[in-house]
Each structure stands twice: as C-alpha cells, then as structure tokens.
Design a protein around this ligand. Sequence first.
Ligand SMILES: Nc1ncnc2c1ncn2[C@@H]1O[C@H](COP(=O)(O)OP(=O)(O)O)[C@@H](O)[C@H]1O
Ligand SMILES: [Mg+2]
Length: 330
Amino acid sequence: MKDQLKVGITYNLKRKMGSDLEAEYDDEKTITILAETIKNFGCDVILLEANETIIDTIKNKPDIVFNIAEGIQGRGREAEIPGFLNILQIPYTGSDETSLCLSLDKHLTKVIVQSVGIRTPKHQLFHKVDEKLVEDIRFPVILKPNQEGSSKGIFDACTADNDADLYPLLQRLLSQYQQPVLVEEFLTGREFTIGLLQEGDHIIVLPPMEIVYKKHFGKYDVYSYEVKKNYKECVEYHCPPQLTQAERDEMEKAAKEIFVLFDCKDMARIDFRCDAEGKLNFIELNPLPGLSKGYSDLPYAAERMGISFEALIRRILRNALLRNHIDYHI
Ligand SMILES: Nc1ncnc2c1ncn2[C@@H]1O[C@H](COP(=O)(O)OP(=O)(O)O)[C@@H](O)[C@H]1O
Ligand SMILES: [Mg+2]
C-alpha cells in the first residue's frame, strides 16, 4: 500500500461572472471544498487547472485525478482531460473520454437512447436556419444548442408555439452558439433528475428529485439558466417525490439502462420529463454532474439518502481506485 496517495483535482475555474459563457465552470469555493474533503481522507492534493498550464503542473504526477473539468472548447471538450490523462496513463474518477463525448452531443445521445426503446421527445437537429421543421414534430417546441450544458443557451424564452416564433429564435441560437440547434417537442409534464452511483459491479440509484416550479416566467416552465441561478426563489426540489412504485421503477430501470449503455463510471445524473399524458421521457445524460456542496443536484439527492457530501466524494474516489487496482484505503 502507498504511503500517501497523491490526488490531482482537474477543474475549470469560473472567472468572468455574469454571462452564461462559463456556466459549466466551477467557482473557487467548489474546488476548495473538494480539495479539503480529499485532504481529510489523508491524501495529498494537487490542484490542476485544466488549461494550458496543466502541461507543467501535471509533472507533479498524481497517483489519480479527481476530474471535474468541463474542458475548453468543442463538442468533445469534456474528453480533453480524460484523453490527456490516458496518454500519461494517469487514472481518473468518472467516465472516460468516450462516454463524455457522446453525452455532450444531445442529439446523438437521444438517438442512442431511443434505439433501446426508451422514450425521448421527437426532435430535429438544425444546422441552418432555412431548414423546414419535419411534419411529425408538433408545437410547442424547445430549442437548445446541441452541445452545451448547465442550461447554457436555454433561457426563459427558448420555446416556440409556431414557425413565426421558431425561426428568429433559431437564427439567434445558431449565430450566438455557432453549433447546431436541437429542436424538441416540449413536454409539459413533471420533471425529474436522478443520480446514480457505481460501486464495483453495482449501480446505486439515488432517490429521484422532482423540480417543482414556484415562479413562472413565461407560458412554459423550463429549468433555464435564469431559474438555475435563482433556484431558491424559482423552484422547490421534492426528493423523494410522490411517485407510484411503478413510476419509480420505470425511472430507475431507464436510468440504469442508460448508465450501462454509455458505460458511465462512478456517477451520473439523468434528466427526465413527462409528457402531457404523464409518460416518462429521457431528456439528457450528465456523466459529469456538478459536485458543488450544498448546491448541485447529485450531492443534494445523495444527502437525502443519508450519504453526506464527504461520503459521496469518498465513494467516487474509492470506486475509481478500485477500478484502477490502486491499493489504497480511504
Ligand atoms: N423536450 C423538453 N420538454 C420540456 N422541457 C425541456 C425539454 N428539453 C429540455 N427541457 C427543459 O430545459 C432544461 C434544460 O435542458 P437540458 O437538455 O437538461 O439541458 P442542460 O444540459 O443545460 O441541463 C430541462 O431541465 C427542462 O426543464
Ligand atoms: Mg439538464
């Protein structure tokens, strides 16, 4: 067994507050809390900001990396750090480059999920503004940049009731985010997010969290960038929510199936929403969910199951150590 485990933390730091440009990045407090938590397990911690400086800082060679880096650019940005660490043969927590790349592309993810019979709203990927909406997609629809997260580009006014609403919004998103825009039928039902933790060969499903809107901005409730920023006044979280056993089983089964299908590692969070008839639909997969103590959804749901933030981080790190055959007890 090693004397003291050297754990690197890879992250991207929020610097310019205000806009949604760095919406996915973490603030200093999140990184400090994570570092303190891991130090308290008796490990050495090295902070590795996931930008060009990592080429030098990585020379401190960590035994393992706790990865929360969102990446710098492009459709595969979340895979930058895992890919880089693969070259150096440094193991890391969380999913690998492939799961992260795939799930960052919302359209591809939906196509894959649909292929195993899990329901997801009808959708169309727009590359240009002069494409026609296919006939079997019904209004209202929601528009989102295809490869963003943290509600980046999903503002309160991101829905369309007709062509007259759709095309100006499409034009704006295409030019602002410089990537294809995913148009999906809007689901008006209840909304849930569900966390999963991996423990060896087992997948533990955390209690689902229902997002219940208390403040309504427009015609439709959307867990938008504004709502996430002002979550205390805008939403309530019901965890566990009121669900029949059959509804809960269906959500857990679908969540596990998606986790396995994408070969996620250690943790993930999956968003679902019901249609007007109450049928459950998959929205998106987050294999790199936020881990801000007292704020992010996964730590919140874990807490509701009696898993403290410290215990959650310990489980994630422990599972990654186990997977990589590193004999160190934390
Ligand atoms: N098809 C849809 N129908 C209804 N609401 C949706 C749909 N797609 C997304 N939303 C709303 O937008 C929010 C953000 O969308 P999501 O795809 O989860 O993006 P992000 O990666 O930014 O979290 C969801 O939590 C939900 O409130
Ligand atoms: Mg989401």
